[in-house]
Design a protein around this ligand. Structure first.
Ligand SMILES: [Fe+2]
Length: 196
């Protein structure tokens, strides 16, 4: 399988149009490639209190992010605000748990299938028609995952397990990639302020 770096992935993604993200193009690209060991190294920044969201690149059609997970870091159960989402584990292992799409903000949640533990390998895909989900690093080691979202969003809904209702959540990044017009990475810089 062909091994690629982040620039190769962006060279593929940036020319895509909105309609390309609802075609098979992304699946076909990802299924025939793997990322080199250090492909996402500049974007791997951990935080202590919760998982880290590090933006690699964003335009009007997609955002590419590296998420970092210390042991026991987890997302709430969340939806994806009509995004299409591809996820890959790049290091360590993560547990993905799906629930049936809720019929309303106050509808209860029903598990969908069993939890799935993923290691470095094939991408998985989710959107709101398929499921809502939670991701947990249930292992004893740090983990890194890569997430392609089409298109970018500013908020999603998270499930409040106490009130059993969905609530709006504003999303933010810990760091963001800064790119030159020639497509060279200048830096991956801390976003100030970051909220979570
Ligand atoms: Fe998600």
């Amino acid at each position: 399988m062909k091994s690629i770096g982040v620039s190769d992935f962006l060279d593929f993604l940036i020319p895509l149009k909105k309609s390309d993200f609802v075609s098979e193009k992304v699946d076909e690209f990802l299924k025939s490639r793997t990322f080199s060991e250090d492909a996402f190294l500049p974007f791997i920044h951990f935080r202590d209190d919760t998982y880290g969201r590090n933006l690699v690149y964003r335009n009007e059609f997609f955002e590419l992010a590296v998420l970092t997970w210390l042991p026991q870091h987890r997302t709430p159960i969340h939806d994806h605000a009509n995004q299409r989402c591809w996820m890959l584990v790049e290091a360590g292992e993560l547990t993905f748990k799906n629930y049936h799409p809720p019929t309303s903000d106050s509808a209860g949640l029903r598990p969908l299938g069993k939890s799935e533990v993923l290691k470095k390998g094939s991408p998985i895909y989710i959107d709101d028609d398929l499921a809502v989900h939670a991701i947990t690093n249930a292992s004893k080691k740090p983990a890194v995952s890569v997430h392609l979202y089409a298109g970018p969003i500013k908020e999603c809904r998270i499930y409040n397990e106490l009130t059993k209702r969905f609530e709006k959540k504003t999303l933010s990044y810990l760091t963001e990639g800064v790119w030159s017009p020639e497509g060279e990475l200048i830096e991956s810089r801390l976003c100030e302020p970051f909220l979570f």
